[in-house]
Design a protein. Sequence first.
Length: 125
Amino acid sequence: MDWKLELVFVPVSDVDRAKDFYVNKVGFNADYDERPMDGLRFVQLTPPGSGCSIAIGEGLNDAPPGTAPSLQLVVSDINAAHDQLKTNGVDVSDVDIQDWGHFVYFADPDGNKWAVQYLPNRPNG
């Protein structure tokens, strides 16, 4: 039996601001944005090529904004990822080259932390 991680909740204070950041600055796809009932808004966003999405919204969980665990994306070209984020106005770190991989780091407007990783010894990163 496969166990697939397909959705991670990211607590944010302003859903529209966070959606704009993830879609227009980071480049996630906006898959779903619905209010199934009063007090509940569910927004699902997916990084291009990913089998796992994030969910932001209202009434989804009790975690304070900005307290998501460190999240990580994997890319096949760390320099292209860095350039895309920087060009789109994301406050992104310089490329950090480590023996086990290359990384860039950024945070969303609420302070949820992200790492972007490239693994040079793995096909397609």
